[in-house]
Design a protein. Structure first.
Length: 327
């Protein structure tokens, strides 16, 4: 939108948008008590309607060293967006206590307007029936570590490969399966595999269909997620649900999300990460315990609990809006 790109005053656009934008006019004319904008789009503040807006992460502030969020234009665009969300929205949804703290300390939004709604694993994971020819399609090693992630630099594939190379000195048969579209920093990952002599240990499958993902989790020795980003992430929840042991970075809200159901490591410390990989690869009892704890944790936060928490947030906002309208 030209208005946003030119950084013109949002307050003025909120007043005028109904006269220039058909969607804005439609939203306003419906007269709803509250609009939910879960996709972080700009309508939550560009239209003069009561809005509840999701803020998934503020990593452009906390991890600006990474090019995918740290470029000047990208940073300024995200700042403009989130500043206006926190100024105009009736409330925001975050994934964790860590996310709530970051919104408050970054933009000063009142804590009572920041609502925690943790992620749940996608419903499709349990709806998909096992794929009969899965092994023939992918020819996976019998035992492997698994990391599903796009090849952004913040996903830390290079650190994971360096840790894997250390473990390989003792565990020559260790294997790692990577899935994700072959773009972004993919070429750096391939160069690292070659540099560390890991060609026989690392299997890069590229993009795989959504319906195949559950089978990877079920067959994997463990999910390893060395990302630098948070506050929380979806793959650990998928691992818990599908009986896959989980090891994740100890950053931001990840300990809050995983509790005692995962192993943690410093994503910037290759030695720390390699120690965790070694334990996962060699300790059957440890992995069985992680599976049990993950499943137990997953039972207590599924779609019904998510739905009830969202309903409670909506009720709270609507009651507050009604009270404010009487002042």
């Amino acid at each position: 939108m030209v208005w946003r790109e030119l950084r013109l005053p949002i307050k003025l656009w909120r007043i005028c948008s109904r006269y220039f934008d058909p969607l804005a006019r439609s939203l306003i004319e419906r007269g709803c008590d509250l609009w939910i904008f879960p996709s972080q789009d700009c309508w939550g503040y560009q239209v003069q309607v009561p809005a509840l807006v999701s803020i998934l992460d503020l990593m452009h502030r906390y991890e600006r060293r990474f090019p995918e969020v740290g470029g000047r234009w990208r940073y300024q665009s995200l700042e403009h967006h989130y500043q206006n969300v926190c100024r105009w929205a009736k409330g925001v949804l975050v994934d964790s206590e860590a996310g709530k703290k970051q919104v408050f300390e970054s933009y000063g939004m009142p804590l009572e307007n920041i609502h925690i709604l943790p992620f749940v694993p996608p419903q499709y994971l349990t709806d998909i029936v096992p794929i009969a020819d899965f092994h023939c399609q992918y020819n996976l090693p019998e035992k492997f570590l698994f990391y599903p992630a796009q090849f952004w630099e913040h996903k830390n594939h290079v650190g994971l490969l360096e840790a894997l190379a250390l473990v390989k000195r003792e565990c020559h048969d260790i294997h790692l399966v990577l899935v994700g579209a072959k773009k972004n920093a993919y070429s750096i990952v391939r160069e690292t595999v070659t540099r560390l002599n890991l060609e026989s240990n690392v299997h890069v499958l590229g993009y795989v269909p959504q319906e195949h993902m559950p089978e990877f989790y079920r067959r994997a020795r463990a999910l390893v997620m060395p990302t630098f980003f948070g506050p929380t992430n979806i793959p650990p929840l998928e691992g818990f649900l599908l009986g896959c042991p989980v090891a994740v970075s100890n950053v931001y809200g990840m300990p809050e999300q995983a509790g005692d159901a995962a192993l943690f490591f410093d994503p910037g410390d290759v030695d720390d990460m390699s120690a965790v990989l070694r334990r996962l690869w060699l300790d059957d009892e440890l992995c069985a315990g992680l599976v049990a704890k993950g499943k137990e944790r997953s039972v207590h936060w599924r779609q019904p609990q998510f739905n009830q928490r969202l309903a409670d947030i909506l009720e709270e906002l609507l009651i507050k809006s009604g009270a404010d309208s009487l002042k």
